[in-house]
Structures are given as C-alpha cells and as structure tokens.
Design a protein around this ligand. Structure first.
Ligand code: PLP
Length: 391
C-alpha cells in the first residue's frame, strides 16, 4: 500500500517517523539541544543549512512540523512556544507600517488585544469584520490591505466563515489569508485546501490533548509564504521546547479518535442543553439551530467538544452561583483536554463589527471525557442553584 493511499490516521502513526532509524524504537527520540555540530565550514557559511541551531531546528521539531504539515496539506511550517506567539509572529511577518489588516470580529480575544495594543501603535490599520461576511469582504478591501485574518468557527459564538469565498476575493487582490484553525486542529477542516495561505493552530488545545503543555504551529501552503513565515520566526526568535514538541507528536497519534469522541459527546450534550429550560440558546455549529449549520456541513468533517450556552437573563450573583456550583466543570481557560471546563464570555466588551446585545450571561463549555450522565447531573445541580439565586 503506497503512502498516498493511506488515510491520515494511518499516516500519523506510520508516516512521520521510521522506527528502523532508531533500532526499532516506536517513538522518535526527544532531541534536547542548543548546539548542532556542523559537518563543514561550507555548511557553517551556508545560510540555508537546516540544522544550524537548536532555536531554528532540531530533529524533534522536524518530526512535529512534518506531521502537522502532512495533516494540513501544506508546504512547510514554523513552531512557537504557544499559539498566540505563532499568530502574532505570522501577522508581523506580513504587515508593516501603513498596511491594512482585515480581522474577523469573533477572533480569539488576545489576538484582538495584539491588534489594538501593538499593531495599531506600529501604524498598521485594523478593520474588524462580520464573520458571516463571505464574498462581501470585497467591499472592505483597501489599496493597502495586505492580510485577511479568519478564525473558523470563531471564538465564543462559533460563527463559521465562508473560507472559499473570502480566499477567492483575497486572491483577486493579491492579499495573504490566514486562518486560526485551532478549533479543527488539523482534523475537522483544512484551511489550505480551501484557498487559505496560512493555517495557524494552538497545539495547546486538542493536539496536546492533556493540558500539560503549550505549543503553537503555523503551516504555509506554498514556499513563498513559508519563507516569509520562517523569516519572521527567525528574526523574532520563535522556537519551542523539545518536551512540548514531543507531547505534540504524541497527541497527533490519537487526535482523530479523541476528536471523534469529543464531538459525539458534545453534540449529545448540546442537544440536551438546547431542550433545557434554563438555557436560552446553545452555540454549536453541529446543531441544526446554529445559523451557520449548512456552511459547517459543507466544509467540516466533524466537531469538537466546545460550545457556548446563553443563560436566561440573571443577576451577576446568580451567574456566579451557577459557575461555582458545578463540581465537574472547572472555571478555567483553554480547552481540548480530558477535563470539562467552563469559561464566562464577556463578548459585549469586545465585539465591534457585530455588537453583542443578548441579555443573559454567555458561558463556554468544554465537554471532557468524564461520564456524560455525571456531567449532566452536575450541570443540573448548577442550573438549580442558578434558578434559586435568580429569584
Ligand atoms: C487558545 C487559543 C489560541 C492561543 O493559543 P495559546 O497556545 O494559548 O497561545 C489561539 N486561538 C484560539 C482559537 C485559541 O482557542
């Protein structure tokens, strides 16, 4: 069977490392190093020599980048100590003073903060746009627009973007497109197959999968975009630790089954919550009620364990009671690991292109791998406490 005929699950297990290269050891060895000895002066003097310094490349880094590049059908990529570092480095690699950036309104909040507090002070113009804009993005394109940045589904509300329509408009104007694809993590949607130039993933989430490491990756579709990315990464000094890279390599071996299980559980939970009297709305693209459900079905192969719920209008105190009454959903940032989490979403303070006007608190839920009936019972207890506190 040729490698091309193998499914990506198989390639993640057999295609990224050959055990015969290391006496049959099934996992690639973790290479911890700063220094790599050059074979010759000629190699030392060659700026394209690959293995020159631990910050730029190590065998462990190489295995990880190759694996994600393979998943994303890209050309090559860069890694960083976390997702945000790779995202900001990528933006800096393609923007300079006087340029204009189109940024999706539902972007992960720290990316927005970077635009507000860093890019704007460097004289880079930023326009936030409606995630549902589709081909109408054309109307926001200016002569100095250099990057269109997407995140799909977007943070907190999980708005699905029409990536093919937006990348088509971008190509007509020679604009670079970047997609934060952390939600899909190389599995559920492949931005580069839908016209995007760069796919950005926080590997801290599903790729790691165990909440014990932080890591980020950016994969470019072609050599030119990769060179720009790598240049920015080298100049800024982006790198990643061998242990974290190894956890990423490990995570990729089981990500397909974890994602499938997480998606099934989340859908069951989302349907249950949708029927619940103490929930106004559930935001999960696999639900028929989600406004982007059809677009999600067209482009995505599945879903993960994330969703948001809008509670009925309530006092802050009742909301606090809800959050603190759950014993199984920890109040915590991040997602994509084994444990259930909840996180308040105060998006009325951040969204500008599509102001958030809903009454009631919005909470993001990450459905973990606990028994699902236990999780429902736990939420039932929290809803009861919420009702009692909200009278
Ligand atoms: C968590 C997250 C990031 C940032 O990743 P870190 O590894 O925490 O820096 C970026 N985008 C999205 C959508 C995320 O959820």
């Amino acid at each position: 069977m040729s490698k091309k005929d193998q499914k990506e699950e198989t390639r993640m297990i057999h295609g990224v490392h050959n055990p015969r290269d290391h006496h049959g050891v099934v996992n690639p060895p973790i290479t911890r190093t700063s220094t790599l000895i050059y074979p010759s002066l000629k190699d030392f003097e060659d700026p394209t020599f690959k293995y020159d310094y631990g910050r730029h490349m190590t065998p462990t880094m190489d295995v990880f980048i190759k694996a994600v590049t393979e998943l994303e059908n890209g050309y090559d990529g860069i890694v960083g100590p976390c997702g945000l570092a790779v995202i900001t480095t990528s933006l800096l690699g393609f923007l300079k003073t006087g340029d204009h950036l189109l940024m999706v309104d539902s972007t992960y909040y720290p990316v927005r903060r970077f635009c507000e507090q860093m890019l704007k002070s460097m004289g880079i113009e930023v326009t936030y746009y409606d995630p549902r804009i589709g081909a109408n993005i054309e109307e926001l394109i200016q002569d100095n627009t250099r990057v269109i940045y997407m995140e799909t589904p977007g943070s907190a509300t999980f708005d699905v973007q029409d990536v093919p329509a937006i990348t088509k408009a971008a190509k007509d104007h020679n604009i670079v497109t970047m997609v934060d694809s952390t939600w899909s993590s190389g599995v559920l949607f492949k931005p580069l197959d839908h016209g995007a130039d760069i796919s950005l993933i926080s590997c801290t989430k599903y790729i790691n999968g165990y909440a014990d490491g932080m890591l980020g990756v950016g994969i470019a579709k072609d050599e030119n975009k990769f060179r720009r990315l790598k240049k920015a990464s080298k100049n800024i000094g982006l790198s990643a630790g061998s242990e974290e890279l190894n956890l990423g390599i490990r995570g990729l071996k089981t990500i397909h089954i974890r994602m499938k299980e997480a998606g099934e559980r989340a859908l069951e939970m989302a349907q249950w919550l949708e029927e619940h009297d103490d929930v106004q709305r559930v935001f999960h693209p696999a639900l028929m009620s989600h406004p982007d459900h059809e677009l999600w079905k067209r482009d995505f192969s599945g879903c993960n364990g994330l969703m948001s719920i809008l509670l009925p209008p309530s006092t802050k105190d009742a909301f606090r009671t809800f959050i603190e009454s759950s014993e199984l959903f920890g109040l915590g940032d991040s997602w994509g690991a084994f444990e259930s989490l909840m996180q308040p979403q105060y998006i009325d303070k951040t969204r500008t292109a599509v102001p958030w006007k809903e009454d009631g608190y919005l909470v993001r839920l990450q459905i973990g791998f606990e028994d699902i009936e236990d999780l429902k019972q736990d939420l039932e207890r929290a809803f009861k406490a919420f009702r009692e506190a909200n009278t």
